[in-house]
Design a protein around this ligand. Structure first.
Ligand SMILES: Nc1ncnc2c1ncn2[C@@H]1O[C@H](COP(=O)(O)OP(=O)(O)OP(=O)(O)O)[C@@H](O)[C@H]1O
Ligand SMILES: [Mg+2]
Length: 754
């Protein structure tokens, strides 16, 4: 198996492990929350309940707490046994807390018989807290087993979600706080309104009926306020979202530009852009659905349970709804986790589809040349079919989820309405139709938002996947970094093109910046051991020209990449002005060097933009002067649009020679003390080449590294280096090298003369 396959398998295992621990945590969370709420509300009931509610039986409270607590205990023990991973201190803590819990719960019954009410309440409260502590310990135990990578991912998650809670700037923080205040106020009004509705019905059904005009007004007002606040909240949230989006976008984009060239070469650009887009939208979806929708809905549901138990004295209905609530959540989580793989497969094929389309269209010319249109269409359509298959499975599994959810809701409705109607018919506890109506309204309050729970949970899971993908980008290590004590290389300013020489700068210019490669060993991370540069040493004294020639693939452009520090050398060092490039800031290093690359890629912008990219902020005159020197001005002027002509994607609307001359103009405008010309004039005809070369003579006085295949262009170099298979085989001036009998340079020269 190839290393790639092994790596992929490892990644799959990590993801599976993560899913498993995620599922455990969800289940434990659900059980613990149930136990905790039962425990704490029972404790509240015992402690706070006024004496006139004499119907209350402490022993019932004990059952309320004891059953979920024992269930939770069993679950924790089972989970710990299944995973067998809660080692060391954590295991001891688990054991002790379990023991304490079992003792307390077993004593509850005793308390209920003989104890005082406050004492029983205190015991129940303590057991609720122990459950909570145990839950925290359990989650910790499961996270302990997570691999380092997962922890890192969690770091990325935090980085992505943080701006939603703690954005930069006081004003933005106030927006966040206001959103929460408005949200909570709206929910409180909504919770109170069914009680008023119940009172209205009670007034109307009383004998004789009274006209509850005031109550009706209050009821309408309580219904109006939440919808008004909802609008306020939506508007506030837009602000929160915008701020967070901008912060995450900035972090991601900065990180992408800090990553190494190697990372970018390995990745498909389409995937990165999509992962970025989806991840940022995913963070928004996650926050909106969970913080603005789901948690408030859960809060309302819990409030409704409390109202059932305390206000209506209907613990049976509370229990039925609670059970349905738990079942609903469990069904939703289980099915959603199961169907996650369909969504992921769909995403994968969606990506594939887009990649194939863009790849094919970008290579439009090649496709035409080889008349492979049909092949391209088939290639693309196969991905479309795969995507559609995945999309069907996603839809089918959604239906399974929806059916299960609706069934659970309707069963809950059936149970609670049956109990409520029974109470009305038998006039239990003075139960009147008013209470029945209120209870019906509360059941709706609990389950209405839940009808979206599946969709919300799905969106949240999808967002988690999307955020994880963005997180993967954010945790990608920056391979080439500045040392903490990195030096700023002094920029030797040269008189700018089109500008009069700066007084007092000529000495610096004459001194130039020297470049040295000292015993450089380097191979690309993905290349085999025999490839790469094998112990290269040469010096380019300041202000001189060194040419590098050699067969294709011998490592000439690699030398340039090392000079720019796109990669770090494996051994030896690259020195600029005597400083190791690893000890200098990348920014100051790259500011010193100008490059005309082997294949120029231009922005899909105007020619002006592309030339000025060499020195953003250059004046129009400087830009035109540089263009004239690079012999591109006339060509530009022949275009109707002049300097406003668009270059097309990656500059494809221009010929190779035109692109090359724009790159030269850009480099002239940057006006750096070190120039790297990688086949800078290879695409030009002889006449233009000569003109451009003349233009480049103004670069003289600078340190120049010139890579060329056409040896006629390097004759005048102060030093010529012949590179072959990553080794320097010859060095000297043109004449010296020609004089070497059977020399590699002489052979190349003779071959080109023929
Ligand atoms: N990012 C990379 N990862 C792995 N191998 C690479 C990478 N870039 C280049 N190579 C390989 O390294 C070797 C040297 O490449 P380099 O671009 O330096 O050649 P060159 O001498 O400039 O050739 P040419 O004259 O064709 O431009 C080649 O075999 C090439 O395939
Ligand atoms: Mg090259």
């Amino acid at each position: 198996r190839s290393p790639e396959e092994v790596e992929k398998e490892k990644q799959c295992l990590v993801v599976k492990e993560q899913l498993r621990s995620y599922r455990w945590k969800q289940a434990v969370l659900a059980t613990a929350v149930i136990a905790m709420i039962a425990g704490l509300s029972a404790a509240g009931l015992v402690l706070v309940h006024p004496d006139d509610y004499s119907s209350y039986q402490p022993s019932n409270t004990c059952l309320d707490i004891a059953i979920p607590v024992v269930l939770f205990e069993l679950f924790v023990l089972y989970a710990a046994w299944r995973r067998g991973e809660c080692g060391g201190l954590n295991e001891a803590a688990q054991f002790v807390s379990s023991f304490v819990l079992v003792v307390i719960t077993s004593k509850l019954w005793v308390f209920s018989q003989w104890g005082t009410r406050p004492a029983a309440g205190a015991v129940v409260g303590v057991s609720g807290c122990v459950v909570f502590v145990q839950f925290v310990l359990f989650v910790q135990a499961t996270s302990l087993t997570a691999t380092e990578r997962l922890n890192l991912r969690w770091g990325a998650f935090k980085q992505i979600l943080r701006p939603y809670f703690i954005p930069r700037g006081l004003r933005n923080k106030i927006f966040v706080v206001l959103t929460w205040i408005v949200l909570i106020s709206g929910k409180v009004c909504a919770i109170y309104s069914p009680i008023i509705l119940g009172q209205i019905v009670t007034n109307l059904t009383a004998t004789p009926p009274t006209n509850p005009m005031g109550l009706i007004a209050i009821y309408c007002f309580l219904n109006l306020v939440p919808s008004l606040l909802q609008e306020v909240q939506d508007n506030l949230y837009v602000k929160v979202w915008q701020v967070a989006y901008a912060e995450v976008a900035e972090t991601t984009f900065t990180h992408l530009h800090a990553l190494s060239l190697e990372w970018h070469l390995k990745k498909r650009m389409g995937n990165i852009v999509r992962a970025m887009d989806r991840g940022m939208n995913g963070a928004d979806t996650l926050m909106y659905y969970s913080m603005i929708y789901l948690f408030p809905a859960l809060g309302s549901a819990i409030a409704a349970f409390v109202v059932f138990a305390l206000h209506f004295q209907q613990r049976e209905i509370a229990a039925v709804c609670f059970l349905a609530f738990g079942t609903y959540a469990w069904v939703t989580f289980t099915i959603t986790v199961w169907r996650r793989k369909f969504r992921e497969a769909m995403n994968k094929h969606d990506n594939e589809m887009h990649d194939k389309a863009s790849d094919s269209l970008m290579n439009f010319e090649t496709v035409k040349c080889f008349t492979n249109e049909e092949h391209e269409v088939n290639h693309y359509i196969s991905s479309v079919h795969e995507y559609q298959k995945g999309s069907f499975k996603t839809q089918a599994s959604t239906s399974v989820l929806n059916v299960s959810q609706s069934t659970t809701i309707q069963l809950a409705m059936l149970g609670s309405l049956l109990i409520a109607s029974y109470c009305v018919v038998h006039h239990d506890d003075g139960f009147a139709p008013g209470e029945f109506v209120a209870i019906q309204a509360y059941v709706m309050t609990i389950f209405n938002p839940l009808s979206y729970l599946g969709m919300i949970y799905n969106s949240i899971i999808n967002s988690l996947v999307d955020i994880q993908n963005l997180g993967d980008i954010l945790i990608a290590p920056i391979e080439v970094t500045d040392a903490p004590d990195a030096l700023e290389l002094a920029t030797t300013l040269l008189p700018s093109v089109g500008r009069a020489p700066m007084p007092g700068r000529s000495e610096d210019a004459a001194a130039g910046v020297s470049v040295e490669f000292r015993d450089v060993l380097f191979k690309y991370p993905t290349a085999s051991a025999t490839q790469g540069l094998k112990g290269i040493s040469f010096t380019v004294p300041g202000g001189t020209t060194t040419a590098i020639v050699g067969p294709t693939g011998s490592g000439k452009s690699t030398i340039g990449r090392l000079l720019f520090r796109f990669y770090d050398v494996d051994a030896g060092s690259v020195l600029v002005n005597g400083e190791d490039v690893r000890h200098c800031t990348q920014h100051s290093l790259r500011r010193l060097i100008g490059v005309v690359p082997q294949d120029t890629s231009l922005f899909n912008e105007t020619i002006r933009y592309n030339i000025k990219y060499g020195r953003i902020g250059a004046t129009e005159e400087e830009m035109i002067a540089a263009a004239q020197q690079a012999c591109v001005h006339e060509f530009v002027m022949r275009n109707d649009g002049g300097y406003d002509t668009m270059c097309g994607e990656r500059g494809l609307k221009l010929s190779g020679g035109e692109k090359q001359r724009i790159a030269i103009a850009r480099c002239l405008l940057k006006n750096p003390p070190v120039v790297l010309l990688d086949e800078a004039t290879s695409a030009l005809d002889n006449q233009t080449e000569r003109e451009v070369q003349k233009a480049m003579e103004c670069l003289e006085g600078r340190t120049t590294i010139m890579i060329a295949h056409r040896l006629s262009t390097v004759q005048r170099a102060d030093q010529i280096i012949v590179l072959k298979d990553g080794v320097i085989v010859e060095r000297g001036t043109h004449l010296q090298l020609l004089a070497v009998p059977d020399g590699a340079y002489a052979a190349m020269w003779n071959a080109q003369l023929l």
